[in-house]
Design a protein around this ligand. Sequence first.
Ligand code: ADP
Ligand code: MG
Length: 701
Amino acid sequence: METHTITDSVEALEALYGSDTFGVKAMEKYLSKSAFSKMMLTVRKGGKLDTSIADEVAQAMKQWALSKGATHYTHWFHPLTDATAEKHDSFVEPDGKGGMICEFTGKNLIQAEPDASSFPSGGIRATFEARGYTAWDPTSPAFIKRTANTATLCIPTAFCSYTGEALDKKTPLLRSMAAVSRQATRLLNCFGVNPSYVDVNLGAEQEYFLVDRDLYQQRMDLIETGRTLFGCLPPKHQQMEDHYFGSIKERVLEFMNSVDHALWVLGVPAKTRHNEVAPGQFELAPLFEPNNVAVDHNVMIMDILQRQALKYNLVCLLHEKPYACVNGSGKHNNWSLSTPELGSLFSPGKTPHSNILFLTFLACVIQAVDRHAALLRASTAKAGNDHRLGAQEAPPAIISIFLGDDLTNIIEQIKHGGAKSSCSKTMMELGVDILPELPKDTTDRNRTSPFAFTGNKFEFRAVGSSQTCAWPMAVLNTMMAETLDEVATYLEPYAGKPEFNSVVSALLKDIVTRHDRVIFNGNGYSEEWVEEAARRGLPNIKSTPEALEILSSPAALELMEKYGVLSRAELLARKEIQVENYEKIIDIEAKTCLTMLQTIYLPAIAEQMTQICGTVAAIKAAGLTTGLKAAISKAESVGTLYDILPDKVAALEAAIASGSTADMCAAMESARETVDALEAIVDADLWPVPTYAQMLNIHSR
Ligand code: ADP
Ligand code: MG
């Protein structure tokens, strides 16, 4: 990849921004006026693409890509793995005269048929049809992926079976965006608002760790599993609270800068960079964008972070919990619905009219999240995230909504107010008197809530740092679509009628009364909340296997099917893939743990014993008695723990043989406990792997 240096002028920065993406600027330059305006209709409003312009767009895209040095193109998609997929084709076609021409047609652009047989399908392909095809998503701009000597045109696509079943993460996301947008429009129409369209927005904050590459290479666990399976906490970790927002070390800042530049070139609006809570932990936040574009961009961010890190002899760890006992990494999903005319529909307004709209949309979120809390939790289920959720540092596995005191007050008034006064009176109050203007900074700075209202958006914080946001967002959009649908269906007959406001008022009261148990503004890390949530009947789903069961619940299947987001077969296939994925991850971790015990830790501890015994023998041979007690005492401490290990190894072997993930997790934990205790007493120069203290502190070089 090319290195990016500091741009010396605003003009240079402007020219750099988006220069490797076939975005609006490039399309305007390379397309005819009429094709450009047709493309814009699709890009801006998500309308169906007029395929008659496909050939022209393909030609323009090819010209543009060739001018950027691209030799190949690929349909770039999100299969049901954690990676993205690409299969490159060159533009080269023989010209029949022994030479070549560069070819790229509308057909090449719109559809491709990669060999789908090696991607997970959860049995869908067997049931339906072997072939799979990718279909262009024109709403997400094509871009150039570069290495030092290559440039490839990447065309964002959705990946489906030949009979149309989704085989990727993008398809349900696009379907869910269409569903929530359609239902939000219906609800707005009830209020006499006719938006040109409703956008779904996402700003995904990405947390990550950096570790020195030389140290990384000495840690088999990091290489194989992305997290440390052993390692004890150094005396100084995050307790001084000096890393969060601390001044950024030069080497890290250089890295961050190269990441920002690489992202800007790709039109990814990288905005914020800072140190995170744990030493060695950082965050990158782009500005929010349309949901599918933000998802694509987040995947590109993860890719660029990892690639740029290597240039600074660093490795970027995206795992949710690379180190035990220090903070894990999440991906806060800032989500909102908006229209070009009104902005965010979650913005409390100043006029009675916009207030009532805001409160209605707010009530819809409350109902949707309460009703489908378990499914929302399940959307973040992944082996790595289990170490985070409920570990008293990330949001708990209990889904609740933080509203802040002002809004909670208003919700209380809606709940009780209606009883005291007439509906229309309440409505007047709702509109004019009750809702204060909410300054942004009175909202949540309490990071313990998994789903927080933050001024004009909601922040879903349970998503793991290595996950794509596609599935959690698809779930959130779909559950919101359902409630919006119900509310719109209820209100439509009253639209424009005199009683409309009182009907809305009564409905809000009803929703809030049924669902306000999900609102919680207190400390989500506390034990009291766990008990309180149980009393309120809120689900607390602690592990991935338990969470994945939700995917086959009638509520989940009906919801996804009703809004055309995933058919029953598609959702069940996803469950199967995720269960299998979880089992594979735990199996790999357990086997890595076993190998490290047998080939790395046990030999090192044996060496320690040998050395101490040598010391004891030497002291005795010298006819001394001093020093003997200390040496023997150390031999006993080490030896006692050493003696425990063979049983733990055997237990781990048995767990692996049994295939029980729960047993494997328990056996790994138990082995770790002993090894970590040994790490605290074995000679530093005999300890065979880098320690947490070494890995968490990034040194300039
Ligand atoms: P923080 O949560 O760290 O305080 P901000 O709240 O300013 O930071 O923004 C975090 C993310 O939320 C950014 O990606 C930002 O673009 C995004 N964001 C801001 N407003 C909205 C909105 N209306 N809808 C969706 N995302 C938004
Ligand atoms: Mg945030």
